[in-house]
Design a protein around this ligand. Structure first.
Ligand code: ACM
Length: 720
């Protein structure tokens, strides 16, 4: 079943998951969830500026910042061509909004009143570390090499007003905030995956996405180039792969150019390289291979080509590996394909897939992995794969990608441990390194909540908080954070993954003739922003510098940058976007304490009289409430899953709160929702006696009752 994972959860609403997020200090200790084994993080660094990802350290410098003029020079303190290239990049980046054509000059020493880029900083900065020092006299970005300069320039960009992201000239002054910043990444590998197989992204849209991701210091672009629904990379020796295999997408047939020619692919690789981003090509197998099976007859057991596939199923295909003749044919095919892809790819990785192959016997799976990894190491490339690849013998130095979720972690150490967990153990034992892409945190195609127009929810809803509040070091452990299967020393980084199974409006439903298919970039923007920056911060910033309360405030400022840049982001709930007035009317999650708290839900019941409970926020229908104003100034709160209203079961202290068929005549269903001073939370009082909605605790399963208002954090609610 696990191998049917992406589909196995189907459209079924998820059971609530256990609370894994640390609670904040605003909740009383007695109310805290079981303490995770990980040490309590130090207080987050104060963040004077809204930088994402949060740097290791930042300080505001007193006084004014540095104001650019058309005469400001970008001074590169080196003859290094790559460093000069970063100078030109910066000049081009600033040109549209400022209207300035800032000259890039080579200098031995930082001049006054300049944007200086010094790539000859100490080696201790590492390949990507940098410092930024800015005051009224100018700005100096220091790094050890051009790559670190490029990362530092992304930070410099965020010290300028949001309007700098505009693609047209803005009449205003441009002042770099005065700061001292010192920074370096937590992980070397910080990736994002685009599923260009199910939905083809033209080159220009890939380049646009590269720029969007590079702004958040993402340094790997994983292209999922092949799947059942399409083969997207030309291989000269196998022209049918693109003649036949590229003619389909999920929901589309008849394409003639839905693939990257060698020249297209090189253009992507070189554009990515200019943003210090490495392209990771994925050739998926032995499953997810219908496009190859439709193009190359001898990959099929009956030596007959399959029909090209444009549907939406998963787990439907497998290379024929039943006998020696077909093993040899697959091996020869993989050699040809891996050779061609490796030839075009300067980066060190070839990703060989390995996910969702329910039909494969162990011998078939092993034979695929041997053939694919041999072809890869023969080209001196590092074999990558989804974590299932760990079940087969792997070459030394392989890199695997974990895409499990809480329901897998729940089985750790039990008799019914999921196969994926076993595969993870097997890969770890072989010394593989890991990239973390937990589907319930880092899959960008999961819906934010029940109202998201695109995507799926088989791994639950992934609101922004969920995409942010996880730690690669504990995400392969039990739900209480202990017992990580992948030790810290074997973690190479993180990757967000934008699958395109449902890149159309209609979400979990299959498309109809009137379905709206947004341009791939529109889908990508909506699903990636703001969650890609969240995962980017997970990969870049030290865990001790990360904090959801700080992140949501910083992130809110970035919405203006995205608007200026024309990025069609989703102004998702949970983030205090400036200029958005959140009213209590409408559909909301109702979360106790601050936004790290647990959400009010109906426990999955549709019956009258069921006690409401609290559970880790997941933004699903059980935790979604339609708040409606009544003529007496009170509100009713109707649950999205059951349609029933929250009702006080009595008026005395200790009365529980239940759900019951909505009936405006029942005063127990009326609530006074009032803003609290000094924060963005609310008190929710019963109209019957005035006692307030109170969480029993902030742990999963806690009940809510009416109590007199003491101002406790357990009586304050975030309605957004
Ligand atoms: C996957 O989501 N099948 C890697």
């Amino acid at each position: 079943m696990n191998r049917f994972h992406r589909r196995g959860r189907g459209l079924v609403a998820l059971a609530s998951v256990a609370l894994t997020l640390p609670l904040t200090a605003t909740l009383s200790p007695a109310a805290a969830a079981p303490t995770p084994a990980a040490p309590t993080p130090a207080a987050p660094t104060p963040a004077p500026y809204a930088l994402v990802p949060q740097p290791v350290s930042q300080q505001a410098v007193p006084g004014a910042g540095f104001t650019l003029t058309p005469k400001t020079r970008i001074a590169v303190l080196s003859k290094d061509a790559a460093a000069l290239g970063v100078g030109s990049y910066l000049s081009k980046l600033l040109a549209p909004a400022t209207g300035y054509d800032l000259k890039v000059v080579r200098k031995a020493k930082a001049p006054d009143k300049a944007l200086a880029l010094n790539p000859d900083g100490p080696a201790s900065l590492g390949a990507e570390g940098y410092t930024v020092s800015s005051d009224k006299n100018g700005v100096v970005v220091t790094a050890h090499g051009a790559q670190g300069l490029f990362r530092g320039v992304q930070t410099l960009r965020q010290l300028l007003p949001a309007a700098v992201e505009s693609r047209s000239k803005q009449a205003r002054t441009w002042t770099v905030a005065p700061a001292k910043i010192s920074d370096a990444p937590r992980y070397e590998y910080r990736g994002v995956m685009l599923d260009v197989a199910r939905r083809f992204f033209p080159v220009e849209q890939v380049k646009r996405y590269i720029d969007e991701a590079a702004a958040y210091k993402i340094n790997k672009l994983h292209l999922h180039l092949t799947d059942d629904q399409g083969w997207r990379i030309a291989v000269d020796a196998l022209p049918n792969l693109t003649k036949v295999g590229a003619g389909t997408q999920s929901g589309f047939t008849g394409g003639t150019d839905w693939y990257y020619t060698a020249a297209d692919y090189k253009e992507i690789v070189s554009y990515a390289a200019s943003r210090f981003m490495t392209v990771v090509p994925e050739i998926d197998g032995p499953g997810h291979t219908m496009s190859a099976l439709a193009s190359v007859p001898e990959l099929n057991c009956d030596d007959k080509a399959q029909a090209p596939y444009s549907g939406f199923e998963v787990g439907i295909s497998l290379y024929c590996l039943k006998d020696q003749k077909h093993k040899d044919a697959t091996k020869s095919f993989l050699q040809t394909v891996v050779n061609a892809v490796a030839e075009l790819t300067p980066g060190p990785y070839v990703h060989l897939g390995g996910d969702e192959t329910p039909q494969a016997t162990q011998d078939e799976y092993d034979s695929y992995v041997k053939a694919a990894t041999d072809a890869t190491t023969a080209r001196k490339k590092t074999a990558m794969g989804w974590h299932q690849l760990g079940q087969s013998p792997l070459p030394a130095g392989s890199l695997l990608q974990y895409w499990g979720e809480d329901s897998d972690r729940e089985t750790i150490g039990t008799a019914s441990e999921k196969p994926g967990i076993t595969h993870l153990r097997q890969g770890v034992a072989q010394g593989a390194k890991y990239i973390m892409s937990p589907s319930d945190h880092a899959y960008l195609d999961m819906q934010y909540d029940v109202s998201t127009p695109y995507g799926l929810s088989w791994s639950g809803y992934v609101p922004v908080q969920r995409s942010y509040a996880w730690d690669p070091e504990t995400v392969t452990g039990k739900l209480d954070g202990t017992g990580a299967i992948v030790p810290a020393g074997q973690i190479a980084g993180v990757e967000a993954a934008l699958w395109a199974d449902r890149a159309y409006e209609g979400s979990n439903n299959l498309p109809t003739s009137s379905t709206r298919w947004p341009a791939p970039q529109e889908y990508a923007d909506y699903m990636s922003f703001p969650r890609l920056p969240a995962v980017a911060e997970v990969g870049w910033s030290p865990q001790s510098a990360r904090d959801w309360s700080s992140f949501r405030q910083r992130l809110a400022q970035h919405g203006q940058r995205w608007t200026a840049a024309g990025i069609g982001f989703h102004a998702a709930p949970g983030v205090p976007w400036p200029g958005t007035v959140r009213t209590v009317e409408g559909e909301h999650g109702i979360v106790v304490g601050n936004v790290d708290g647990v959400g009010l839900e109906n426990a999955g019941s549709t019956s009258d009289g069921t006690d409401l409970v609290l559970w880790a926020p997941n933004r699903g229908p059980k935790q979604t409430w339609t708040v409606a104003a009544q003529s007496d100034g009170t509100y009713t709160m109707a649950n999205k899953a059951s349609g029933k209203c929250a009702e006080a079961s009595g008026s005395a202290a200790g009365a529980t709160v239940v759900q019951r068929s909505c009936d405006a005549a029942r005063t127990g269903q009326r609530w006074r929702i009032t803003d609290r001073p000094n924060d963005d939370r609310h008190s929710i009082a019963s109209a019957v006696g005035g006692l307030v909605l109170t969480a029993g605790s902030a742990t999963n399963g806690a009940k809510v009752t009416l109590q007199s208002d003491t101002g406790s954090a357990l009586q304050t609610w975030t309605v957004d």
